[in-house]
Ligand binder design. Structure first.
Ligand code: ATP
Length: 341
């Protein structure tokens, strides 16, 4: 019987709980510092202890995974802590499309895929001299918003960038990505595409709570103006969001366009969970600044099933369980090659 494995962070709990509920053996690659935490959960059958997650590349770790016939469920921590080359060199089968993870990590490739999917995006600002509107400045890869900042002109950009360099948050030679700031209601749209059913499912939406940018709204403008601190977008947690029903048609269209675009650019396409992230403006028009080509931590809010999945499934269905169900269905119908890379 196949085992389901993942790294101990991000959304590991719901992934392994879902796997256990679907009858799989569950394996957690666990950093020693988190052993105590993860041992609290009885649905985790085996811990592979490591000092750091890159040890997943070591022969010993790969052997254990192979002996268990394991499939790895990738999540944000894998992308944040390993290079695309390292991820692509993992011998254990990875759920979904491991080749697309490179497109998520590289800002230029990301933009290309989003354009191909016809997602409306904020304007990219090529260099700091061209900043003439409010912009957000980002780091490469999935930095989770840490070290990001807002600026409205070149001087402010330089001041904040230098401040972050001197604090050691970003490095001097790091290429930063500048994008027009999109104002409105944040919405992170979570999907699952099943290559077995050839069907797109909308799972749910969430909002991220980011520190300390959100804290700013809690102090009066007078104090905000006096503060010299560079606000960051470090994700602290997520909360649920239910969309106006009239927006759903467009949500499905965006998801389907994205899946079609990935089939053209990154074979075998976007299989499994993904997320389109953006903002609704005052006319309910969506602008997308980002996608995640794997399960997002925002799905953790629906461990017992989301509002939209309660319409599709007559049982509690988390994203972790949906992934495990897909593996189970593929296994039973001899189609594992369709859902792993
Ligand atoms: P992750 O991989 O965790 O999704 P990331 O490092 O790729 O994060 P983004 O999701 O692009 O970063 O941005 C982090 C946060 O910054 C967003 O959640 C959002 O609050 C804010 N943000 C990003 N781009 C924009 C934009 N163009 N306009 C307004 N806010 C933005």
């Amino acid at each position: 019987m196949t085992a389901i494995a993942t790294l101990g962070s991000h959304c590991a709990l719901q992934v392994l709980k879902g796997a256990k509920d679907e009858g799989f053996k569950t394996i957690l690659v666990c950093e020693k510092k988190r052993e105590k935490l993860y041992k609290r959960f009885r649905f985790i059958d085996e811990l592979i202890m490591v000092d750091s997650f890159v040890e997943i590349l070591d022969q010993k770790c790969q052997q254990t995974l192979e002996q268990n016939d394991a499939i790895i469920i990738p999540h944000g921590t894998l992308i944040a802590q390993m290079s695309s080359e390292q991820i692509e060199s993992i011998k254990t089968p990875i759920f979904g499309n491991k080749w697309i993870l490179r497109w998520e990590s590289d800002r230029e490739m990301k933009e290309k895929l989003m354009r191909e999917a016809k997602l409306p995006m904020p304007r990219k600002v090529k260099n700091p001299n061209e900043i003439n509107n409010l912009v957000i400045v980002k780091r490469q890869g999935a930095a989770g918003g840490k070290g990001y900042f807002i600026a409205s002109n070149k001087e402010e950009y330089n001041k904040k960038r230098n401040g972050l360099i001197s604090q050691g948050i970003i490095s001097k030679d790091e290429t930063l990505y500048i994008q027009e700031y999109a104002a409105g209601v944040l919405a992170y749209l979570q999907f699952f595409y099943s290559p077995l059913l050839e069907e797109l499912e909308f799972f749910g939406a969430d909002q991220r709570h980011e520190s300390d940018i959100e804290g700013l709204a809690r102090i009066p403008a007078e104090q905000q103006l006096k503060s010299n601190k560079v606000s960051s977008f470090n994700v602290i947690g997520n909360s649920p969001l239910v969309l106006r029903e009239s927006l759903l048609e467009e949500v499905y269209t965006m998801g389907e366009n994205f899946v079609d675009a990935t089939k053209r650019l990154v074979a075998p396409g976007m299989n499994g969970p993904f997320c389109i992230e953006g903002v609704y403006d005052e006319n309910a028009r969506f602008t997308s600044f980002e996608f995640s080509a794997r399960i997002v931590a925002g799905t953790n809010i629906y461990m017992d099933g989301s509002p939209y999945y309660s319409l599709l499934y007559n049982e509690p269905m988390s994203m972790g369980k949906r992934i495990a169900r897909e593996v189970k269905n593929a296994n039973e119908s001899n189609q594992l090659d369709k859902i792993i890379t």
